[in-house]
Design a binder for this molecule. Structure first.
Ligand code: UD1
Length: 417
């Protein structure tokens, strides 16, 4: 499958931003802890969401999708094991560890292993679950976990504010005995969304969004109706696409406070931005300016997931932009492909130096990961002529019907099976 892009057109129009991938995945995992019916709105149609649903169904829960609504009939799960084939489909399946362990007293999953972004260990998840009383053994790549009676609340200090480990710890602690306090917790908005969902189900989680989260264990969680927050990374991706094509976009259903660091970078590039309620309008009339130094850091700083989409913009900016990637070890794999399109980029370890060129040229390029794939698509939109983007299954993990959305914004993009 590939995307054929006829680049060089201005992006122009209005779009509703999709629900957040990084929010719905832990929320679906949380359904393992709930009894009763959960109805989720604003659910993006993504391959990762389909994988999470497969895991829920494997565990014995009934899921039904209708447009952007997913209904999960939650009850006791009939299995404590996630098979390797399902674990391989999506690294985020690690989110199921905490909930399965909490609800069954045992869990067996295969180690998620490395991924395209680097080694991605899960030691912080494991250490936190052990603090809650889990007994965990790694037997040739299979994690066997059990708990003697019930997980017990305690004080947990994360040595890095890992998003996934914070979520897994919350998921394990909501039904634990007593109170858990997580310090140095990740502060990403998706953590707040997970906590809000769980609290709507009857959990008692305080302080999500700050670096200290307090969880008072409760005995049960009941179903609820909940709407998934907007996808802040998809929002930044569309803004980059608008800016690189010197176009304009009115993005609806987006929260400014989730993307302030990215918006100030887009402003530094010369974009004019107007915010009105949950709509953000962005216009870029001239060649973007360079964006000096962009350093990826935990929220509320600039997100690693927006690094690649913004790098495409830097490729055609007037001047030099330096990127410093501090979150993942191997997050410059899109650079080689951008260079095939004429970008001038040098990398050295965590640093990438992008000297803006006047224009990129069309080319055939291959996605190596989700956000890197989005970056190639953005670059292709700006390059005159036909580009083909291969391995778009990476893009489909995080952007729902991307070609349809881009076409609705006056761009020429076609999916070729
Ligand atoms: C989540 C997001 C991902 C985003 C990332 C950072 C989801 C589904 N994915 O991933 O899109 O890029 O946050 O904002 O929400 N680490 C360890 N040990 C651990 C856990 C993490 O060393 O046990 C390291 C990782 O290798 C990485 C860094 O910590 O270098 C950040 O990882 P983390 O915040 O956990 O990211 P994810 O939750 O995997």
């Amino acid at each position: 499958m590939r995307l054929r892009v006829n680049g060089g057109n201005r992006l122009c129009g209005e779009l509703n931003v999709q629900g957040a991938k990084n929010s719905i995945l832990p929320i679906l995992a949380a359904c393992v802890l709930v009894r009763g019916e959960v109805v989720l709105h604003n659910c993006p149609e993504l391959s990762d969401v389909a994988s999470a649903i497969k895991i829920l169904e494997h565990l014995g829960l009934k899921c039904e999708r209708n447009g952007d609504k997913i209904r999960v009939l939650c009850g006791s799960i009939n299995c404590a094991r996630v098979p390797e084939s399902l674990m391989r489909e999506m690294r985020s399946s690690i989110f199921f560890l905490g909930p399965i362990l909490s609800s069954c007293g045992r869990a067996e999953i295969s180690m998620p292993g490395g991924c395209e972004l680097g080694p991605r260990p899960i030691d912080i998840h494991i250490a936190a679950l052990r603090r809650l009383g889990a007994l965990i053994e790694d037997e040739r790549g299979i994690l066997s976990c059990r708990v003697e009676e019930r997980l017990k609340g305690t004080q947990i200090d994360l040595w890095f504010p890992s998003v996934g480990a914070t979520e897994n710890t919350i998921l394990a602690a909501v039904l634990a005995e007593g109170t858990t306090v997580i310090t140095n917790a990740a502060r990403e908005p998706e953590i707040v969304d997970l906590a809000d969902f769980l609290n709507a189900c009857g959990a008692r989680i305080y302080g999500a969004g700050s670096s200290k989260i307090l969880i008072e264990g409760v005995n049960e969680l009941r179903g609820c109706e909940y709407s998934i927050m907007p996808d802040r990374i998809a929002a930044v991706t569309f803004f980059s696409a608008a800016a690189i094509t010197r176009g304009e976009i009115n993005l609806k259903g987006v929260k400014e406070e989730h993307i302030t660091s990215s918006l100030s970078i887009l402003e530094a590039a010369g974009c004019s931005i107007k915010v009105g309620g949950d709509e953000i309008y962005l216009k870029c009339q001239n060649r973007p300016r360079s964006m000096n130094i962009i350093k990826t850091m935990p929220y509320p700083s600039f997100p690693t997931d927006a690094q690649a989409p913004i790098m495409s913009l830097a490729c055609i900016a007037d001047g030099t932009t330096m990127f410093v990637e501090t979150i993942f070890e191997n997050r410059y794999r899109h650079v080689c492909e951008l260079m095939r399109m004429g970008a001038d980029i040098k990398t050295e370890g965590k640093v990438a130096v992008v000297n803006g060129v006047k224009r990129l040229n069309s080319a055939d390029v291959t996605c190596t990961d989700l956000r890197g794939g989005a970056a190639l698509l953005i670059a292709a939109l700006s390059a005159e002529g036909e580009s083909n983007i291969y391995s778009i299954e990476h893009i489909d993990r995080g952007y729902q019907h991307i070609e349809k959305d881009l076409r609705s914004l006056s761009l020429e993009v076609e999916r070729i099976e």
